[in-house]
Ligand binder design. Structure first.
Ligand SMILES: [Zn+2]
Length: 680
């Protein structure tokens, strides 16, 4: 059982933030935000509106955001907490710890805009000189490696990752990359909105080249350079696999000996590239998308050296944009913020600096964060909940009516091998070799990027370290890792409103309980099911069970393909399949865990007028209250495998007889699917 602390309503702190909605939740005794609801609507006709309707009216999107949600509310609180930590750490003192020096000086450098203006673009000159110095395409490999070592990605990606066939070892990987818009579709779609965004992108690139020309006292045709960038990126996009195709792990798994790389692309000097990147020596690697590299050879032949230089210059400027002088930062926001996401204002400097510190030194800042936000019994309590959800999954697999015993045994073996990581790493990352200076933000960013590249590439040929985290402790999110077969819950999400120590258990099972169930179900979604308990890409399904899975999954694909987040746009049911399956399965697991828990206890029948079952569903739905700009909704429909909040709620409950019983919904109501989908 997941211990419940109190049923008495507590006065919950509501911080006031400049620019943010001045919304005050009205938590009832149960922990549900009664003030968020719209009770003029029947829960059976639109449960999302019923649970979140008033919240949505009272929470307009802040001008520096493209979306405002319960997740963002919590992220903002975490940002505030981290700002306090960073400001204190930034005070120079002879007794300051090495950790405080790193995070404090990083933040101080970032916040110091006059120093950044004084330096101008000087810090990026060495990279730009390297690009300008390209005399022939034979030198491209060496220049790409040098830029890559500084964290500037051009043309393709090179990184370490677990070997799909032996997930205990890391191998080298190369994969498609090199585009700057959020998805390959942006370069190809011919509808008016997409054509308009492309035109604005080209204009933006030209403006940035104009800024660079002024800063370097150079003269060139910025429009021509922007056109060359768009041409080259469009070709890279056309040669790339789309997001749906990449959901199939087989499509990304092409192990080959390094010596065979010239078969794909004869003229590229791979040995020069790998040596200049200072990667450990290796013989075997994985090529994520061989077709991309096969076509790259011709593309490089057809592209002039000048156009390649324009492209690389643009990529260097883009990857450095956040550390550049204000003119560059503002122009970057105009396109990537305002045009692409619909945000009206750039985030205040301090927020950007906290985010930069979290991204560059996340496991240093994170140590301080967890001391403040995740101490005491929080970790043990979360682990208890995870174990309960895991037992739910065990029962769920054992009783699945559509699976044969042989596949069930394999699934149970995989489930037993799942490991749980809660809150923060057992062993913190060592940043001692990374030099941080209080007056050199650009340099700090560059050194931090180089540190990360080096840390990553050094994994090649080494055993996979499953204790490593791929999110920082303050992150309001969670993940499942297929090759490591583990579920990971950063301290940042184990907070109100996901976990509320004063709320009824039913509310917490609906909120954080479903998050846990969601991550666990990822191990068995359309991608996760392709990996075994050891994390290897191995087919452990009988053909009959695999066919049953696909049929059940197709029901979810069809359901979500019918949802429209914004006029004229439909969700992509195949792109969002894994997340939707995880939502639909995860809520079943958390609900079963709550029922198991309630069976052993005597509780008041109702709280705030709701039954325990109703509280569970309200707890779930209220995590997903959100508002999104139209521009951002369009972008997310193309790029985001997660469905928007409205459909994460209504899409899920309409498949659940338990929901319909809880709220006495009838066939014919919108929240009762005539043909309910269920995988897990
Ligand atoms: Zn997920």
């Amino acid at each position: 059982m997941w211990t419940r602390i109190s049923v008495v309503a507590a006065l919950l702190p509501v911080a006031a933030f400049a620019q943010l909605p001045s919304y005050e939740p009205k938590y009832g005794n149960s922990g549900i935000d009664l003030g968020a609801m719209d009770t003029n609507v029947s829960p059976c006709s639109n449960f999302y509106q019923y649970a979140c309707g008033t919240w949505r009216v009272k929470n307009p999107i802040p001008p520096d955001r493209a979306r405002w949600s319960r997740f963002d509310e919590l992220s903002e609180k975490n940002l505030e907490l981290e700002r306090d930590i960073l400001e204190k750490a930034a005070q120079p003192s002879p007794t300051r710890s090495a950790l405080d020096q790193k995070i404090g000086d990083f933040y101080a450098a970032c916040i110091n805009e006059p120093a950044i203006e004084r330096l101008g673009i000087a810090p990026i000159e060495p990279q730009l000189d390297q690009i300008d110095g390209l005399r022939s395409k034979e030198q491209l490999a060496a220049v790409l490696a040098k830029l890559g070592g500084a964290g500037i990605n051009g043309i393709f990606r090179f990184f370490a990752d677990a070997d799909s066939m032996d997930a205990s070892r890391n191998i080298a990987n190369i994969d498609q990359g090199g585009i700057s818009l959020p998805d390959r579709d942006y370069y190809m779609k011919t509808d008016p909105a997409s054509v308009d965004i492309r035109a604005k992108y080209e204009q933006h690139v030209a403006l940035v080249f104009g800024l660079l020309a002024r800063a370097r006292n150079a003269q060139w045709d910025s429009n021509a350079r922007a056109a060359a960038v768009l041409r080259f990126e469009t070709a890279l996009a056309q040669n790339s696999m789309d997001r749906v195709a990449r959901r199939n792990p087989d499509a990304r798994n092409h192990p080959m000996p390094v010596k065979d790389l010239p078969d794909l692309i004869p003229d590229f000097q791979w040995s020069v590239f790998f040596t200049a990147e200072a990667a450990p020596a290796f013989q075997k690697m994985n090529v994520g998308n061989p077709e991309f590299f096969r076509k790259l050879g011709d593309l490089l032949k057809q592209t002039s050296l000048d156009d390649l230089k324009s492209y690389l210059t643009w990529r260097a400027l883009l990857d450095s944009a956040r550390a550049m002088p204000k003119a560059f930062v503002d122009e970057n926001f105009e396109f990537f913020g305002r045009t692409l996401t619909g945000a009206k204002e750039i985030q205040p400097r301090w927020k950007r600096c906290v985010e930069e510190a979290d991204s560059a030194l996340g496991e240093a800042l994170g140590q301080k964060y967890v001391e403040l936000a995740f101490s005491g019994p929080a970790k043990a309590r979360a682990l208890e909940l995870v174990h309960e959800i895991e037992s739910s999954m065990e029962q769920d697999i054992k009783t699945a009516p559509w699976m044969t015993e042989a596949t069930k045994r394999q699934a149970l073996t995989k489930l037993a091998a799942v490991s749980n990581k809660i809150g923060y790493p057992d062993k913190w990352r060592d940043y001692s070799s990374l030099a941080i200076r209080p007056d050199d933000f650009f340099g700090d960013e560059l050194r931090a990027s180089a540190f990360e590249v080096r840390r990553d590439l050094n994994k090649i040929g080494k055993p996979v370290d499953k204790s490593e985290w791929f999110m920082t402790p303050s992150t309001v999110n969670a993940y499942y890792s297929p090759p490591e077969n583990n579920i990971n819950f950063p301290a940042g999400i184990l907070q109100l409103p996901f976990y509320n120590p004063t709320a009824d258990d039913a509310v917490n099972y609906g909120a954080i309980g479903v998050v846990v169930g969601h991550e666990l179900t990822h191990g068995f979604d359309d991608q996760g099911r392709r990996f075994d308990g050891a994390g290897n890409l191995r087919d452990w399904w009988t053909p009959e069970d695999a066919a049953n899975f696909t049929q059940r999954a197709d029901c979810i694909v069809n359901e979500y393909s019918g949802f429209s987040p914004v006029d004229g746009v439909k969700l992509n049911g195949r792109l969002t399949l894994g997340e939707n399956a995880a939502d639909n399965g995860g809520i079943q697991l958390a609900y079963a865990a709550l029922m198991h828990d309630l069976a052993n206890r005597v509780l008041p029948k109702t709280a705030d007028g709701f039954t325990q079952e109703q509280l569970f569903f309200l707890g779930y739905a209220q995590v997903w209250c959100q508002n999104t700009t139209d521009a951002q909704a369009r972008r997310l429909a193309i790029t985001n495998p997660h469905s928007p909040g409205e459909f994460r709620v209504n899409g899920v409950v309409q498949n659940m007889p338990q929901f319909q019983e809880a709220f006495s919904c009838k066939l014919g109501d919108a929240m009762v699917a005539p043909k309910a989908c269920r995988v897990w």
